[in-house]
Design a protein around this ligand. Structure first.
Ligand SMILES: Cc1cc2nc3c(=O)[nH]c(=O)nc-3n(C[C@H](O)[C@H](O)[C@H](O)COP(=O)(O)OP(=O)(O)OC[C@H]3O[C@@H](n4cnc5c(N)ncnc54)[C@H](O)[C@@H]3O)c2cc1C
Length: 292
C-alpha cells in the first residue's frame, strides 16, 4: 500500500510526486512516455531551465525523485478499481499497486489541421503557442493556419501572433470570415488567404505554405489552431465529471468529483504552459498531503 499513485509522468505528474515525496509520502508514478510536447526541440519560457529538450527536462525531473520514496514505473495504467482509501491500480503490463489516493496527471493530445505536412513538422516549424515559440521567430514572416470549422479561433490566433511579427498571414483553409473579422485583421496588417491549403512543405530547409492554386508562400514558422482532447479516458471510466470543454473537473484544490481522485496539470487546465502545469501540481499535492 502506497499513499498515492500518480498516473502520468509529464511535468505535472513529476512535480506532484516531488512535492509528495518531500512530504515523506510513499508514491508510485506510472507513465507511458508520451508527453504532449515530445516533438518540440525545446521547452521555452520555463524559468531556470534555458532551452532544455522536453525529454531532457523530464529526465532531470525523474532523477531528482531518486532521493525520495517515489518509485517510477514505465507503463500505461489501464484500470483502477476500489475507492478512496484503497484503490487498486492495474497497468497494461500486469503490475498493480494499492494506494490511498490517485493523482491523474494524464495530459492532453492535440487534434491538428489535417493539411498534409502539418503532423510531420509539428513541434518544430509548425507550433501552436506563441508564448512558447514566438520569441525565437519574432519579426520573421509567419503563418497562421486555422482548424477547419473554427474560424473565430483562427482570427484570434492571428491577432495574437501579430504581436510577435509585422509579417503575419492567416490561411483559413477554406473557412469564410465575416466582414468584421476581415476589418480587424486588415487593421492589424494581417493578410488573409481563404482558399484550401494543399500542403506544408519544408523543401530545402524553407517552410512553404502551398495553396490549392499551387502558389507557395515561404514562412519561417506556422502557428496552427488545435483542438485538445484528454490523452487518457481513465478519468471518464472512473466516473470523474468533465467540464463542458472536456477538462477533468476539479475543485480549487484539485479534487475531482470522485472521492480520493485528484487531478493536476493540463488535463484539468488545458491552457497551462509547462511551468504552470508543474506549479498547479505542486499546489494540489500540498492540499492532498494535508488530507492524507
Ligand atoms: C508542440 C508543443 C510544444 C510545446 N512547447 C512548450 C514550451 O516551449 N513551453 C511551455 O511552457 N509549454 C509548451 N507546451 C505545453 C506543454 O507541453 C504542456 O504545458 C505540458 O506538457 C503539460 O504537462 P502535463 O504534465 O500536464 O501533461 P503531459 O506533458 O502531456 O504529460 C502527460 C503524461 O501522462 C502520460 N499518460 C497519459 N495517460 C496515461 C496512462 N493511462 N497511464 C500512464 N501514463 C499516462 C503521458 O504519456 C504523458 O507522459 C508545448 C506543447 C506542445 C503540444
Amino acid at each position: 500500500m502506497v499513499d498515492v499513485v500518480v498516473v502520468g509522468g509529464g511535468v505535472a505528474g513529476l512535480q506532484a510526486a516531488l512535492t509528495l515525496g518531500r512530504a515523506v509520502r510513499r508514491v508510485v508514478v506510472v507513465d507511458d512516455g508520451s508527453p504532449r510536447n515530445a516533438p518540440a526541440r525545446h521547452v521555452h519560457n520555463f524559468i531556470g531551465i534555458p532551452d532544455a529538450a522536453p525529454g531532457e527536462l523530464l529526465a532531470r525531473g525523474r532523477s531528482m525523485l531518486a532521493d525520495y520514496d517515489v518509485r517510477l514505473h514505465a507503463d500505461r495504467v489501464e484500470r483502477v478499481v476500489g475507492s478512496a482509501g484503497r484503490f487498486r491500480v492495474h497497468s497494461a503490463g500486469g503490475a498493480s499497486w494499492e494506494a490511498r489516493a490517485l493523482v491523474l496527471a494524464t495530459g492532453l493530445v492535440d487534434e491538428l489541421p489535417t493539411v498534409p505536412g502539418v503532423a510531420e513538422l509539428w513541434g518544430r516549424e509548425v507550433v501552436a503557442c506563441p508564448h512558447c515559440h514566438g520569441w525565437e521567430v519574432r519579426g520573421e514572416p509567419l503563418g497562421v493556419l486555422g482548424l477547419r470549422g473554427m474560424p473565430d479561433r483562427a482570427v484570434e490566433r492571428a491577432l495574437l501572433v501579430g504581436h510577435w511579427s509585422d509579417d503575419v498571414t492567416l490561411y483559413t483553409d477554406g473557412d469564410e470570415l465575416t466582414s468584421v473579422q476581415h476589418e480587424r485583421l486588415a487593421a492589424a496588417g494581417i493578410a488573409v488567404f481563404a482558399q484550401p491549403v494543399a500542403t506544408l512543405d519544408h523543401d530545402g530547409g524553407v517552410l512553404g505554405v502551398v495553396l490549392s492554386d499551387g502558389s507557395r508562400h515561404d514562412r519561417r514558422a506556422v502557428f496552427v489552431v488545435t483542438r485538445q482532447h484528454q490523452q487518457s479516458d481513465l478519468a471518464v471510466r472512473l466516473g470523474c465529471a468533465l467540464t463542458e470543454g472536456g477538462a477533468i473537473g476539479t475543485d480549487e484544490v484539485g479534487r475531482t468529483s470522485l472521492p480520493g481522485v485528484w487531478a493536476v496539470g493540463t488535463a484539468t487546465k488545458p491552457a497551462l504552459l509547462a511551468i504552470g502545469a508543474a506549479g498547479h501540481a505542486s499546489t494540489v499535492a500540498v492540499a492532498l498531503h494535508a488530507v492524507l
